[in-house]
Design a protein around this ligand. Structure first.
Ligand SMILES: [Zn+2]
Length: 259
């Protein structure tokens, strides 16, 4: 079973606009940004399930974003995560709503939600989500389109140390874009790390070091589609050999998501 732990899609009326944000970069969208497009792409490349990460950039977006997450989640091929804004007054309402609707995790994207990942108020929100047993999923490192130190390795590490929550996933190898600091502060910690939008850009030596330095049971295949394709990462992971690639491509995610 192949599970992509990191994808994005948008309501049909928004998809074209969302996709246009990479106009002018050298990226090419893997599909049209809708969940129908994502399901098609899964079939094309042989991915069984994709986790869809939704983001409420502002508190006022929470309702529509989470209603979309519940809709996307009703497809057997998709597992959608919800989103709350850490500065929202009613985040508990939405966490409860998502939990009651069978949503298994929540994503935080501090670059777009405009907060530092180790913010004190945000930590309270993470703790509430952890108390529900949901997966906590964080962007980390740099962002392609926005500059800032929102998710620098020291801040990510502070979150890991404060929460000590095993169902934590840190995207982008734990802090891609920060080189040695990523290895010093995040790789090897007791959290899951995904390969999305990072693994393919590293040299073979760095990829090997990453796999060796972090528990192979805690590395998850993720792509960050539609911003990139899936084939490149699947091929690189398969090169690691049968045992490792089975874990990274699906078995680890299956355990994390109780599938
Ligand atoms: Zn992403």
């Amino acid at each position: 079973m192949i599970i992509d732990i990191h994808t994005h899609c948008y309501p049909d009326f928004l998809a074209a606009k969302a996709i246009s944000k990479i106009d002018g970069t050298n990226l090419k969208a893997a599909y049209d940004g809708t969940y129908h497009g994502l399901i098609q792409d899964n079939k094309r490349v042989g991915i069984d399930k994709a986790v869809v990460l939704c983001i409420a950039n502002r508190p006022s977006h929470q309702r529509s974003v989470n209603e979309f997450a519940v809709l996307a989640n009703s497809n057997e091929e998709l597992i959608a995560f919800g989103s709350v804004h850490p500065f929202s007054d009613d985040y508990k309402y939405y966490v409860d709503f998502l939990c009651d609707n069978g949503i298994k995790g929540m994503k935080f994207q501090p670059f777009y939600q405009d907060f530092y990942v180790n913010d004190k108020q945000a930590l309270k929100v993470y703790e509430y989500i952890a108390s529900k047993g949901m997966v906590l999923f964080f962007h980390s490192g740099v962002d392609l389109l926005v500059k800032g130190e929102y998710c620098a390795p020291e801040k990510i590490r502070e979150v890991i140390d404060c929460l000590r929550y095993p169902k934590t996933v840190i995207a982008h190898m734990g802090c891609w874009g920060y080189g040695e600091k990523m290895f010093e502060l995040v790789v090897g910690q007791n959290v899951y790390l995904d390969t999305s939008f990072s693994f393919r850009y590293e040299t073979k030596n760095v990829r090997k070091r990453f796999i060796k330095s972090h528990s192979a049971d805690k590395i998850l295949f993720g792509t960050d589609r539609p911003w990139t394709d899936a084939e490149t990462d699947i091929k690189l992971i398969k090169e690691l050999g049968d045992e490792l690639s089975k874990k990274i491509l699906g078995e680890n995610a299956k355990k994390l998501l109780n599938l």
